[in-house]
Write a protein that binds this ligand. Structure first.
Ligand code: TK8
Length: 338
């Protein structure tokens, strides 16, 4: 009788302990390191914060996103490698920095591909954008959504760029990507590939004379402190892409994957609105900060466009003629040509 009681008590105690452990495991949240390159007070930082909040809310606190900006986890390229290896869970960065991994991403670097953000949204969120995104999977990455980095514009410290010839000899930082290197060499600049995380210092120390990025970034990264001239070129629309380590993604339940996907879509919609609202006011702000701003005349803009057309053939060859044609067709459709 005594023994039976002891066994019973022990059994209850063991069951309680086991239950306790299982419970503790249940409430220990899944930690997601979400890295990005810009600082917290940027359009990228605001959207990363919203993503983190949405994930936490939708998972009832079971999933926790630590959004880590200012390239504290590394440059775009370093973070991509960490995702592939499984050492980091998520990031957002430029599609242009993914070209070394997935060559099809170079389609988005085509100069003057989109005339406006609505065309970009239609193509990126449509079947062509999805197809390019899905190519990441065979390399160990899962793409969720495209965010807007934006139309890129030129800044430099040498001279106001009013005509094509003014690019001559400008040492221009570009993203680590052949299309960008070729594009700016074609225009006569001295293109220097560098990670974004090294850009401010390179400008400050005059290692390079200039760079190109959307208004939002010129503002949030305070490039106006180290750059005098801004030329409105809108030479290419630059997407950001939210990616996940495939190694890690494959361990998640379908529910967890859905939480991330839904939050990614919400962050995308928020980010595009926020970015566009900020861009609308940015030029006036940059002027207020002392930048000297000029527009290219329509004739010079055309010369630039024609000159950059020379890189199209090599982009098409690199991404494949089928993808090139599908993209052109999708743009025509977005323009209402059907
Ligand atoms: C941020 C970069 C940045 C991009 C660049 O990590 O490198 O110039 O425009 O947004 O991805």
């Amino acid at each position: 009788m005594k023994l039976k009681q002891l066994v019973l008590t022990l059994g209850v105690a063991l069951a309680a302990a086991a239950g306790g452990i299982a419970h503790a495991q249940d409430i220990k949240p899944r930690l997601i390191r979400f890295g990005y390159g810009l600082n917290e007070v940027s359009n990228q930082g605001r959207a990363a914060k919203l993503f983190a909040e949405e994930v936490e809310k939708a998972s009832g606190g079971k999933m926790k996103v630590r959004a880590i900006g200012a390239a504290a986890l590394g440059s775009d390229v370093q973070m991509q490698q960490a995702l592939i290896g499984g050492a980091q869970e998520m990031m957002v960065g430029s599609t242009a920095t993914l070209v070394g991994i997935t060559k099809e991403m170079a389609i988005w670097d085509t100069p003057f591909l989109f005339n406006n953000a609505q065309e970009a949204d239609a193509v990126l969120d449509g079947p062509v954008g999805q197809k390019v995104m899905d190519k990441l999977q065979e390399k160990g990455l899962v793409g969720l959504v495209y965010w807007e980095n934006g139309f890129r514009n030129l800044t430099n410290n040498k001279r106001a760029v009013n005509k094509l010839e003014d690019f001559d000899g400008i040492k221009l930082r570009v993203m680590q990507n052949n299309v960008f290197i070729d594009s700016f060499k074609t225009l006569g600049a001295n293109a220097v590939p560098l990670p974004f995380s090294e850009l401010f210092t390179a400008l400050e120390t005059k290692t390079v004379d200039g760079q190109e990025n959307p208004y939002n970034t010129i503002l949030s990264s305070k490039f106006y402190e180290v750059q005098k001239y801004l030329t409105v070129t809108n030479h290419v629309y630059s997407p950001w892409i939210v990616t996940v380590s495939k190694k890690w993604w494959d361990q998640l339940s379908k529910d967890e994957q859905k939480v991330l996907m839904d939050a990614a879509v919400k962050s995308r919609d928020f980010e595009r609105k926020d970015t566009r609202a900020e861009a609308d006011k940015a030029l006036a702000e940059l002027k207020g900060k002392g930048m000297q701003i000029n527009q290219l005349s329509p004739a010079e803009a055309n010369r630039m466009r024609e000159k950059l057309g020379a890189v199209n053939a090599s982009i098409a060859a690199n991404v494949g003629e089928d993808l090139w044609k599908d993209t052109q067709a999708a743009i025509a459709k977005a323009r209402g040509g059907k």
